[in-house]
Design a protein around this ligand. Structure first.
Ligand code: RRO
Length: 305
């Protein structure tokens, strides 16, 4: 018997538990469509704000051992322009499209979310966790009251599942997750990138133009697994795992830690879009070998030990 890979998370039904993470290939409708065709269960857009932003000057990305550092600076075309991209992708794909939104106040978030809803978004992901843009990541995402206000405002405005993506760059990620849950979030996404930096020893200069960036990739996986484990123990809403997932074994680890679905981002650079099918096939074989009929049966299993 073939195990069932479909999962329900925050009001969405996914054909499998893999989701394209925000920020990677989510800038245009065409790219989102190609990820959907490659087997992902859902796709997330790049974070979109109220107005167009150029982002930081180059260099904005640098590879480090075991990962990737980025400080893009929220480059995006702004919601007015992006709306068309979302409408396009919704015409061509039949999997859920999650719209990642950011803003500088709870009102910004809800205004952008409302346009995303009108353009056909299936759920909203609140990016309150950018690692190096003060207002978005630090002022909002590190403050439980502001996270709560933001979630409430968006929930009041749009009748869609609202997911809150949290930062690992806080003293207690569980406290922020609890605040988001209390305010009505439908799922928690854990985690955004970890603050880091790289310095060129020949010139003595920080490499990224913003100096400090966010680390993603294999290096942050244990931080993400621990975050998912702690958050899923503390809240009732589903948790979506994100951070360093490169292969099916990594995905299974997140499911056991308590994730109901997982996001893949940085791994696409090394593995290509085939990573989605490989991860899905691997999860399927793992379940079949263990004679487990549904993905949800293994979610959180590590908590019984
Ligand atoms: O645009 C970025 O520089 C960025 C964002 Br919005 C984010 O949420 N996480 C990240 O690592 N980079």
């Amino acid at each position: 018997m073939k195990p069932s890979l479909s999962v329900k998370v925050g009001g969405l039904k996914l054909r499998n538990p893999t989701i394209l993470a925000a920020g990677v290939l989510g800038v245009t409708g065409k790219l989102l469509t190609s990820v959907a065709m490659s087997g992902a269960g859902a796709v997330t857009t790049k974070s979109i704000g109220p107005e167009p932003r150029d982002g930081y000057e180059n260099p904005t990305v640098v590879r480090v051992r075991c990962g990737l550092l980025n400080a893009m600076g929220l480059p995006n075309p702004g919601i007015k322009e992006f709306r068309k991209e979302l409408e396009d992708v919704k015409k061509t794909v039949n999997i859920p499209v999650i719209a990642s939104v950011f803003g500088f106040s709870p009102e910004d978030f809800s205004d952008v979310a409302a346009v995303m809803r009108d353009a056909g978004a299936d759920a909203i992901e609140l990016n309150v966790s950018c690692p190096h843009v003060e207002a978005v990541g630090r002022q909002i995402g590190q403050n439980p009251d502001l996270v709560s206000k933001t979630v409430k405002k968006v929930k009041d405005q749009v009748d869609l599942g609202v997911f809150t993506k949290l930062s690992p760059n806080v003293t207690d990620i569980v406290e922020i997750a609890r605040a988001a849950e209390k305010a009505g979030t439908d799922a928690i996404v854990a985690i955004n990138t970890v603050r880091g930096m790289k310095i060129d020893i020949k010139t003595s200069r920080p490499i990224l133009s913003a100096r400090i960036g966010g680390l993603s990739g294999a290096a942050i996986r244990p931080i993400a697994v621990r975050s998912v484990y702690e958050i899923s123990k503390a809240v009732q809403v589903p948790v979506i795992g994100c951070g360093g997932i490169q292969c099916w074994e990594d995905a299974v680890e997140f499911l056991l830690a308590g994730a109901s679905a997982i996001e893949i981002g940085t791994a696409i650079m090394d593995e290509g879009l085939e990573v989605f099918n490989k991860v899905v096939d691997g999860i399927e074989s793992y379940l079949a070998q263990k004679r487990i009929s549904e993905v949800s049966d293994i979610v959180g299993r590590a908590h019984s030990y």
